[in-house]
Design a protein around this ligand. Structure first.
Ligand code: ADP
Ligand code: MG
Length: 702
């Protein structure tokens, strides 16, 4: 909230009234004075200078030209009728055109006179042209008046608003009026020491100048100030929440490392941990000794070894007498985790149980008992394991794999499984750019595994067009000849599901001719199949009974089949970058060289081309995520919809990265020095925290 005065409903603003208020609400979600003043210009029109005609090149916004009219004539008939005029300065010729109000314009313009012309220039038949320019006869007085005009704001409007005379100019008038009346009601909301340190414009000036800049330099200062404030308030809330959370929720203390962990570490772990894995384990270890509930997001590229880290953390929990569970988004993945973990620790070491939708009633009953009496220490499953019927004796550590697919409500249920909530580790293989993580998960702790296990060969990626399909088939045969297995993935997008399925079926038909039985066998998995059938087909592939798996994106997440070393992505141009990266992560898990082939149509959009080039160029998930964010903006990245990122009005986490990082670190330093914001100079910040617009709240995320 800016101040009390700005909470006034918009209908009370002079010049608005009920009907205009109605359209402002409907069209622009402007309900109050505050909403209106936060409707910022999307660009500015430069009336600070005159352009020479020769300077007008390329795509310029509105410009002002001083030129002498040399010629006027009316051309065309009926609806092609137009008034065409010519004007010159000492550098060139400009053509002026009117399609409307011809008679009137003809009357007021006179050949030989000098005019101040204002409009958006264009090019027609190689000539500089302006359609419907504003014209004003030149005079010293007019020139002086125009000379005082500066950058003019241009506001987004709509057809509906224009019917109520609320085009860009109409909105400017309203905002101008509001500022005139209430500029004094915009109080400063940052302490002086911050204003001084970052050389910020004061808040009222910033609002004035972002709408009606005195000049370009003041506009820059105003924009910087408001961006700073926006990031600052958001980070203040996020970090405050994080602090509150640690004060509010007690956590179980894992005081010792016991035999389960040590046995595993010294006798069963089949490889040395990477440094990144060790670092993350240490971070988790510290978290779980503090007596505060842990909420940690573990990011790491596919294949970076998150599962082992999760398992070893679970063993520490078990050493301290607690139960643990891993929750996966699909049955296939739950199965896979189950197998991986049993393989790693062996069933004689610790019992590991699987609970999914397919678990029989009888088996379920046994499981429930063992969970309630505390006998079972490791449970792996889908969301079935947080059903109300499932009661744990003392659940201490929960691993959630691939958080995007779990609803908020599902996560919240975990909390109610124990009087002291379990520690929570959320694992995601979708790398999130640093700045996005700062806003999206700004109140969680974040660990990153940024190192692949030694000896991993990076996946080689190529981009083929349809014309190279035969070459691709040849390559597939060669790899199958070496004993490898291959994924072929088709897009499946909800809106065009039928078409996609047809694509898949056509593809399978071609492939079954190219790869005939009995030499070749193909598994098929797609979204329209029953879970049991999918599982059956998957298993054939996992066991090596089939060499090719044709699938829609159901295999996207987590599946680990080291012998599958080739990933072919059909219609790759239709996948988003993060999806492509996820899919590619399915291969490159064994010792062999792996490949990814991106098949695409020969016609590509600009963005499509960037996506495919990026994939060919790099294997680094964070780099890819960065490009993705730049291409699509934060609004389209999974998970951002529910966050405050999209409410940012001036600041932009892509283009203002540096500022965000600066602000974040600065806010951290404030809380370090003064966690309660008790210092007199920080009182003003407590008010910013209490203001309306909750920002992000912790439980929205995890
Ligand atoms: P993620 O879940 O991060 O995609 P996984 O935990 O499934 O990755 O690990 C991928 C593969 O790498 C597994 O086969 C795992 O056993 C193996 N792995 C994990 N850590 C290491 C390591 N430090 N050295 C060698 N192999 C490892
Ligand atoms: Mg995994």
């Amino acid at each position: 909230m800016i101040s009390k005065a700005f909470e006034t409903p918009i209908e009370y603003l002079k010049g608005v009234g009920l009907s205009r208020a109605d359209v402002l609400k409907k069209e622009l979600q402007i309900f109050s004075f505050e909403d209106l003043i936060n409707h910022f210009p999307y660009k500015y029109i430069d009336r600070t200078r005159f352009y020479k005609i020769r300077e007008i090149q390329g795509d310029l916004p509105y410009v002002q030209v001083l030129a002498r009219l040399t010629h006027i004539e009316i051309l065309g008939e009926k609806h092609t009728k137009r008034l065409v005029a010519q004007a010159i300065d000492d550098t060139g010729v400009i053509e002026l055109v009117w399609f409307q109000g011809i008679k009137w314009i003809e009357k007021i313009l006179s050949v030989g006179k000098v005019y101040i012309l204002f409009g958006k220039p264009g090019f027609f038949n190689g000539k500089v042209q302006m359609a419907h320019p504003e014209t004003e006869p030149y005079s010293t007085e007019a020139l002086q008046r125009k000379g005082n005009l500066t950058l003019q704001p241009a506001y987004n409007s709509t057809e509906k608003l224009k019917q109520f005379s609320l085009d860009s100019k109409g909105l400017a008038k309203l905002i101008g009026g509001l500022l005139e009346q209430h500029l004094k009601d915009i109080p400063e909301n940052l302490p002086l020491y911050i204003i001084n340190r970052f050389k910020l414009m004061n808040r009222a000036d910033a609002y004035k100048n972002i709408h009606f800049p005195d000049d370009a330099a003041r506009l820059n200062e105003a924009t910087y100030r408001l961006k700073f404030e926006e990031f600052f308030v958001l980070q203040l809330k996020l970090l405050k929440n994080k602090l509150l959370h640690t004060q509010k929720f007690k956590g179980n203390i894992f005081g010792t490392v016991g035999t389960y962990f040590n046995d595993f570490y010294h006798h069963k772990l089949p490889f040395p941990l990477t440094n990144a894995q060790k670092r993350v384990l240490k971070e988790i270890r510290q978290d779980t000794q503090r007596g505060v509930q842990m909420n940690r997001l573990l990011q790491g590229d596919v294949g970076s070894g998150k599962t082992v880290v999760a398992l070893m953390s679970m063993l520490i929990a078990i050493d301290n007498g607690f139960q643990t569970c891993i929750m996966a988004p699909t049955e296939i993945l739950a199965n896979q985790h189950y197998q991986t973990i049993v393989e790693l620790i062996g069933n004689d070491f610790l019992e590991v149980a699987l609970l999914t939708g397919s678990t029989t009633k009888k088996a379920r009953k046994v499981l429930h008992e063992k969970l309630e009496n505390g006998e079972l220490k490791i449970l792996i499953g889908t969301h079935a394991l947080i059903e109300d019927k499932v009661q744990y004796q003392n659940l201490g550590f929960v691993v959630i794999d691939e958080q995007h697919r779990f609803g908020v409500e599902q996560r919240a249920r975990l909390w109610r499984k124990n009087s002291i909530p379990p520690h929570i580790l959320v694992m995601t293989a979708t790398p999130i750019p640093r700045t996005l993580a700062m806003t999206l998960y700004g109140d969680l702790d974040i660990s990153v595994i940024d190192e692949l296990p030694a000896g991993r060969k990076p996946v080689q990626t190529v981009h083929f067009y349809e014309a190279q399909r035969l070459r691709m088939f040849g390559f597939m045969k060669q790899e199958i000849g070496k004993g490898r297995q291959i994924y072929v993935v088709y897009p499946l997008i909800q809106e065009s599901e039928k078409l996609d399925l047809k694509n898949l079926m056509d593809g399978i038909e071609v492939m079954s001719i190219e790869f005939p039985l009995p030499q070749y066998r193909i598994s098929i998995v797609h979204g329209k199949m029953k879970a049991a059938d999918k599982q059956f087909e998957m298993n054939r592939f996992i066991k090596g009974e089939t060499q090719i798996m044709v699938a829609t994106t159901v295999i996207e997440v987590g599946v680990n089949i080291p012998n599958a070393s080739v990933m072919i992505i059909e219609n790759a141009e239709r996948f988003g970058l993060s999806q492509l990266h996820q899919l590619r992560g399915r291969v490159g898990r064994g010792a062999d060289q792996s490949y990814c082939v991106l098949m695409s149509h020969h016609k590509l959009s600009h963005e499509g081309r960037i996506r495919l080039n990026t994939m060919v160029k790099t294997n680094n998930g964070f780099e890819i995520a960065e490009t993705d964010l730049q291409l699509r903006g934060p609004g389209n990245i999974e998970g951002t919809q529910q966050s405050g990122v999209l409410d940012l009005k001036v600041a932009n986490i892509v283009t203002d990265q540096e500022l965000l990082i600066t602000v974040r670190q600065f806010v951290e330093s404030i809380f370090e020095k003064d966690p309660q914001l008790a210092a007199p100079e920080n009182q003003i910040l407590r008010q910013s925290l209490q203001s309306k617009g909750e920002g992000l709240s912790w439980n929205k995320i995890s």
